[in-house]
Structures are given as structure tokens and as C-alpha cells.
Ligand binder design. Sequence first.
Ligand SMILES: Cc1ncc(C[n+]2csc(CCOP(=O)(O)OP(=O)(O)O)c2C)c(N)n1
Ligand SMILES: [Mg+2]
Length: 398
Amino acid sequence: MLQTTRSRSREAPVEGPHTRRQCEILDETGFKLFARVAAAGIYALLVSVGAALFQPRPKRMRGEEEGAPGPRVRETTVQLSREELLKAYRQMRTIRDFEDTVHEEFAAGNIPGFVHLYAGEEASGVGFCLHLNDQDRIASTHRGHGHCIAKGCDSKAMMKEIFGRKDGLCGGKGGSMHIADLSKGMLGANGIVGGGPPLICGAALSSKTLKTGGVAIAFVGDGGSNQGTTLESMNLAKAWNLPAIFVFEDNGYAESTASGWSVSGDLVERGKAYGIPSRRVDGHDFFEVWDAAREAIERARNGEGPSVIHVKLARYYGHFEGDAMTYRAPGEIDQVKAEKDCLNMFRQRVTEAGLLEGDQLDAIDNEVKSLIEQALAEAKAAPPPTEADLLTDVYASY
Ligand SMILES: Cc1ncc(C[n+]2csc(CCOP(=O)(O)OP(=O)(O)O)c2C)c(N)n1
Ligand SMILES: [Mg+2]
């Protein structure tokens, strides 16, 4: 009887006046249902109280041994090991000192050619390149020293290159604006604004075809974001689902033109218009950049295609060395340096969180200072290319 009523009640709702037995059965069933719901409720309550009481401890940083005294982590979102944090700071400091030194040497008339400095933008190049290996490729801009250092190029050989020396990174033939090291996956600085994006489509296509798992990143300025080559590359990267990442380093100016006069719309929305996952970050905050880079690079490595990252930052020096910067508001850069310097922000964050000690960072400052002093001394003492070198590294053979 019970069975029958149950199966009937499943087939169709019981309607109309019920017999006594039916009502008893319904009461009985309703009670059982109530009892079950109540039990489930109590169980859920116990589980959530338990979960609240036994929350997992802040994630141990990679490289920390179980049982070893952990760092005093206040910011649990930081997922870098101490070694990675030290490396990040060392690279950003190396770029800063390298650029400050080139600035002084150029002003003293010791460097030939044309130079554009990356000081102030360090967190961007380093935040991205820390995730990369030598199989991954980057294409840079005319402001390429920082990308080079971040990608692992030898800073002594770079200094020699910028001084035009024979044993510079490119035999002294590239100089600042064509510096490259293919063995490190650094495809080169580039005198052509918007020249990098098509190059990384090629690099990304080769990684995809050969299944190397490599990704390719183009660093592009706010000015370069408007080049047809950039827009065509974004379209191609999405259409071909390439492991390509477009990093718009928006320092607010293309030469002396403020981006408000040259960039229409919004770069994140532009990326989305191509169906590309796009995101904006504060380029002074290494951790924000690092996290956006991690997400985009993971996506590319997983075969999920391109990404766009709009990085807001500031350059400390002029567009080129010698630029009088009359287009900048008085005090504009001093304010950024005081409030948003990426090295200061990094130092403050990691020391306050107890991830690193100030002494460790001071030690890196000193190491880097002497490295760059040596790089400069060696570059000044190094010989220039010979006349015979004019006939090497060219397509025609003589
Ligand atoms: C195809 C091309 N057009 C113009 C130039 C001249 N030029 C050199 S740098 C520059 C501005 C680039 O600005 P942006 O892309 O914002 O890079 P930033 O200098 O700010 O890093 C221009 C117009 C060039 N080198 N190549
Ligand atoms: Mg710019």
C-alpha cells in the first residue's frame, strides 16, 4: 500500500480529498522528509563551523620546507619563493642602475647613436619575463634595455654593445636600438614602432606548430598600440589561437604627444573587441604585473590563445636622451618617483609582509652597483670593431 501510494505520488501529485490511510501515509512521508532536511541542515551547519575553525594556514611559499620557520606572511596572495623575490628585485635594480649609468654617460658624450631609457618601467619587463624561459620569445621596442636585462641578457655585454664595442652583445653593430640575443629568446629592440607584434605572431606560430610549449610576448608602447601592424597582429593571433601576448606599456606619451591625444577608446576594450582576454594593471606594482603575466602566460601555454595586458606606468627620463621634456608638467615625475616608484613599492611590500629583510635588499643594491660599475669600466676599456668587421654579419658575401 505504502509502496503503491509512493509510486503513485511520484507519477502524479495526489489530489482531492484523501482517505484516512492516505493522510497518515502523507504525514508519515512528510515527517520523514522533514527529518531528512533537518538532518542535512545540521550536517551542513557542522561542516561550515568545522571549515571555519580549521581554515588552511596561509599557503607556504614555494621552496619553504615543511616545518622550517615560515616567513611572517601577512599578504597570502604573494606566491613567489624568497629566491624569486630576490631575483625580481635584483633584475629591477639592475635595470635602474644600468639606465641611470647610460643616462650619465650619454650626457657626457661617451655613447654613440640614439638612446631611449626604460627607468621607471622596470616592474613591467621583470614581472613578465620572470615567468619565461629561453625557449620563450620577446620582441621589444626602441626602449629595449630593460626587456633585455629582464630576459636574462648579460648586462656587461649589453653595456659594451651600447658603447659600440667589438665584443658587445651584437658585436657592437646593433647599439641601443637593435640590441638582441636570440640565445635568450630576446628577438631585439626595434626602431620600427609597432614592429614587434608581427614578429611575435611568427614566433608564436612556430611554437604552436613545433609544439614547444613556448610563448611569445610583444612589448608595445601606447603610441605603438595605434599602428596597423599591432592591430593586424592581434587579429591574427586570435584567429590562429596563437600563444602570443600583447603588453601595452602605456607611459602616457608617444614622443611628446600625450596618449589622450593619440589613443582612442580603451586598450582593454580594444583587446576584447578581438575576443582576446584583456586586463589592465598598475605597472608600478610588480606583484600586479606578475600576477597578470602568470595568468596570460598560463593561458597561452595551455593552448588557450592570446592575451592583452594594458600596463599603466611612467618613464623617468625623456623620450630620448637629450629630450628637454617641455611637454611635461612641472613636478610630474618627482611625484611619481615619490609615490609610485616600483623599487620602493616592492621594498615596502616585502619588508612589511616579512617576506624579505631590508638588509637583503641593501646587499643587492650594493652588488648591482658594483656590477654596473664594472660593466661600465669594461665597456670603456673594450676595443671597437675593426674595419674587417664591416664585412661580417651581412647577407652579401664579399
Ligand atoms: C613606424 C614608425 N613610426 C614612427 C616612428 C618614430 N617614433 C619613434 S618612437 C615614437 C613614439 C613611440 O611611442 P610609444 O609607442 O608610446 O613608446 P614609448 O616611446 O613611449 O616607449 C615614434 C613615433 C618610428 N620609429 N617608427
Ligand atoms: Mg609611450
